[in-house]
Structures are given as structure tokens and as C-alpha cells.
Design a binder for this molecule. Structure first.
Ligand code: DOR
Length: 452
């Protein structure tokens, strides 16, 4: 009998299978999971010898959590975050793979800058990683080549300006981008023209409670309508990041033709957990992000879309800024909140509160990112795939506190929130890198491969 490197025994394991009808089914199965050479090599109830044995009794073993939207700040803004601190935060939060956005300084708009991020990550990333390429007016003609770079989840397009300089706001250039290449395009969807027209609302009032009024429903809806029209016209798939409005969800539900088809949709834990005006009154600019946190009507519509299958993926949109920067008077205060470390605990608490089945959470954080981005060997507990695993205790109650946050910015909008459900261990390529809130060993993240 072959000796395994690691076996996790007696946990309730979340296993996805493809049914003969082409449906994906996720089930909780009591079984042991064995790992050898970084891969899942055994699923069953026999007692295999193993160098390391982990008792998972009473715990749940999930496929490693994929956070497909994080903004780390290396290069250029490492006073907020670098690839070491950002990925340490990920590992502590039970996340095994991150896909990082291109709005660093300089922005990741060519192969050299992408290779530079990979080199930096090779030295200090605690979790597996991939880096988006950013679209700009200057690199449109190269995007068909750039999207084929290994370890790139896709091309990111900011249709409305947010943090950083990346912006492609006009339909003619967007159409050119749609016609360059074939992989799914990834969108920050806010209409730049309307943002400019209405910026005076923020500037004149200096009141962060007006953030969702400046960047209103129509700002989001118009842009999403435009990108869907271009996706339909060019038959090129598009992924709409951090959808925040009831109006967009109604449209997306109607337009989505099939699972992992032309249009895919992301939501964030922040938009499902915080609501205006309370969050702005309590947190001020710490709740400021783009697109904004909106009122309860929108939050209810997002939850409905999570439960009816309109939403495919959940990401954190981890966007650290220092407290000093956040203290500037609105709207000079930067938009964005950290979230890679809190995403799983916040969502496990929603599971605990009965708002979301655990199997659906596994779809949003593991199985669906695997399909939407075409991950070669992530997102599922299956023989032969990478042994990225997240062990969680659904009954553990803990208070999220700033002092737990490993991100260089050192704060979270969820400071003081009591949650039930907590990551106990993060396993990367077969090796535990976090156990009981402590990092173990040295950084050993590897680049994530995609098929397209
Ligand atoms: O609030 C945001 N902050 N939204 C984004 O799209 C970018 C992010 C950042 O990088 O700070």
C-alpha cells in the first residue's frame, strides 16, 4: 500500500460530481482524503498509511477557496499591501488561490510587468496565484496575445474609473477589445460618462453617504447594458464583477443563456452583509468602495440572485488602503476595503444563519470559478487534481478583529463582528500553510494554470 504524504480523516467532505445529464452536483460525503506529491490521490474509507494524519472529525473539508478578485498593491503601493502580506491574509482566511487585479503602479498591461509579478510572487506568495492583464487604450491591439500568457485568468477592463489609471470608457474601443481574442473578458461595470456628470454630488456634499447617490443604480445599469450588448454582438463571453443593483440582476437573469455561457456574474460578501445608510453612518469612508454598498432593497435582490443561480462567483474585491488615506475628507478618501481574509468567515456565518446552503457556497467559491476562468486543476476535490483544501469548523464562534488582519493596512470593516464558522486549516498543494490562525513554514504558493 502506497504511503501518502497526508491524510485527512473523518471530515464531511464537499465533493462535486458531473451527472450524466451534464449537471454538477455537490454533496457532503463522510470520507478520508489522501494526498501525495501535491495531488489528491485517495478518496475513500480505508486506512492508508500516511506521513501526516489530520483528524477532521466534526469539521468540513472544502475544495481550496478561490478568490478571483483581489487588489494587492505590489508594485507601487506597498505601504498598503505587498504580495507577501496579501497572500498571508489569504491563507489565514482559508483562501488557497488568488487572482490579482492589474491596477497596480505601474498597471499590469504587458508581458514584462506580468512576468515581474510572477517573479515577485515566487519568492513570497503564501497561496497560489494568477495575475490579470489590464486593458488600456494603448494595448488594445496586443490583447489577443496577452490573454494567452500562462497564469493569466483573463483581461480586466475598467469601464468606469476607480483606483488607479486603467480605464476604457467608450464603446468603439470596447468593441475592438471584444474582437481581440476569445477568452472571457472581465469587467468593472460603471458608466464613466455618468460618473463624470454626477461627481459634483460627492464633491459639493463631502458626505460619504452620497457615495451610492453619485455612483447610482443607473451608472451601474447603463454600463452593464452596454457590455452585454457588446458581448451579444461579438459572441464573446463577459464576466461582470461585483454587481450591486436589483436592476442589473433582473437584466442579467434575463440575459444569461446558460450556465458558464455568454455572461457570468460576481457578487461580494460586503454587498451581501452591509447596507446603506447604516454602514456609512457607522463606518464612514471605511465603507467606501466602488461600486458602492447600497440600501436594503438592493441587498435583498443580490441575495435572491445568489439563491436563484443568477450569480456564478463570489470574490472579495480585497482593496486595501491605509487608515490614514481612508481618513481623508470624502471624496478624496480612496475607495476600497480589504476582504480576502474575512470573505470565508463572513460567508460561513451566513451559512450558519441559514441564508445559504454550504453546497451553494462551495459552488460560488470553488466549483464555479473553476469553470468561469477555466482553472486546470483547482476548485474541486477529485482524484488527480491539486491538493488545495480548506478545513472549516462550522460551529466555531469568533469575533473578527483588526488585530487578526495580516494585510498591511491592518483593518477590516467587519472589526467587532461575531461570526460562527471559521477556517481551521489551509492546505496548499498538499502542504498545510495555516493551522489555528497561525501561518506554518514558508511561502509555497505556485502560479495557477488555465485551459482555454
Ligand atoms: O473600491 C474599489 N477599490 N473598487 C475597485 O474597483 C478598485 C479597488 C481598489 O483597487 O482600490
Amino acid at each position: 500500500m502506497v504511503t501518502l504524504d497526508l491524510i485527512i480523516k473523518n471530515a464531511s467532505v464537499l465533493i462535486a460530481t458531473d451527472s450524466p445529464q451534464g449537471r454538477i452536483e455537490i454533496q457532503e460525503v463522510q470520507t478520508h482524503i489522501g494526498v501525495k506529491d501535491g495531488k489528491i490521490r485517495y478518496i475513500g474509507n480505508e486506512n492508508h498509511p500516511a506521513a501526516q494524519i489530520i483528524d477532521g472529525k466534526g469539521l468540513h473539508l472544502l475544495p481550496g477557496i478561490i478568490d478571483s478578485q483581489v487588489h494587492f498593491r505590489e508594485p507601487g503601493m506597498i505601504q498598503k499591501e505587498d504580495l507577501g502580506t496579501g497572500t498571508a491574509a489569504a491563507a489565514l482566511g482559508g483562501v488557497t488561490s488568488i487572482f490579482e487585479m492589474p491596477n497596480t503602479n505601474p498597471p499590469t498591461t504587458n508581458q514584462e510587468l506580468h512576468a515581474d509579478k510572477l517573479r515577485r510572487a515566487a519568492e513570497k506568495a503564501w497561496v497560489n496565484h494568477a495575475f490579470y492583464i489590464g486593458a488600456s487604450h494603448e494595448n488594445v491591439a496586443e490583447l489577443a496575445e496577452l490573454e494567452k500568457i500562462p497564469y493569466c485568468p483573463g483581461i480586466k477592463i475598467f469601464m468606469g474609473s476607480s483606483t488607479g489609471s486603467l480605464l476604457v470608457e467608450d464603446d468603439p474601443t470596447l468593441e475592438k477589445i471584444f474582437r481581440q481574442g476569445f477568452r472571457r473578458l472581465i469587467f468593472h461595470s460603471e458608466d464613466e460618462e455618468r460618473l463624470r456628470e454626477r461627481k459634483h454630488i460627492a464633491v459639493e456634499s463631502k458626505d460619504v453617504r452620497n457615495h451610492p447617490i453619485w455612483r447610482d443604480e443607473l451608472t451601474a445599469l447603463r454600463s452593464t447594458e452596454r457590455l452585454i450588448a457588446l458581448a451579444e454582438k461579438t459572441k464573446r463571453p463577459a464576466h461582470v464583477l461585483h454587481v450591486t443593483t436589483a436592476e442589473e440582476m433582473a437584466l442579467l437573469k434575463q440575459k444569461k443563456n446558460k450556465k458558464f455561457g455568454l455572461i457570468s456574474v460576481e457578487v461580494l460578501p460586503q454587498h451581501l452583509t452591509l447596507a446603506a445608510p447604516e454602514c456609512y453612518e457607522r463606518l464612514g469612508t471605511l465603507a467606501q468602495q466602488n461600486p458602492p454598498i447600497r440600501d436594503q432593497r438592493h441587498q435583498d435582490a443580490l441575495w435572491k440572485a445568489v439563491l436563484d443561480g443568477t450569480v456564478d462567483v463570489m470574490g472579495s474585491d480585497h482593496a486595501p488602503h491605509t487608515l490614514e488615506e481612508k481618513k481623508r475628507e470624502y471624496p478624496s478618501s480612496p475607495s476600497g476595503v480589504p476582504g480576502v481574509q474575512t470573505m470565508l468567515p463572513i460567508m460561513l456565518d451566513h451559512v450558519h444563519q441559514g441564508r445559504l446552503p454550504l453546497t451553494r457556497l462551495v459552488e460560488l467559491l470553488c466549483e464555479n470559478p473553476r469553470h468561469v476562468f477555466g482553472c486546470k486543476s483547482k476548485g474541486r476535490i477529485e482524484l488527480g487534481l491539486d491538493a488545495d483544501l480548506t478545513l472549516v469548523d462550522l460551529k466555531k464562534t469568533r469575533t473578527i478583529e483588526n488585530k487578526w488582519i495580516a494585510s498591511r493596512c491592518g483593518w477590516t470593516p467587519f472589526d467587532g463582528m461575531k461570526v460562527t464558522g471559521w477556517p481551521i486549516m489551509t492546505i496548499i498543494n498538499g502542504t498545510p500553510v495555516m493551522q489555528d490562525n497561525q501561518l506554518l513554514g514558508t511561502p509555497r504558493g505556485r502560479p495557477v494554470e488555465f485551459q482555454f
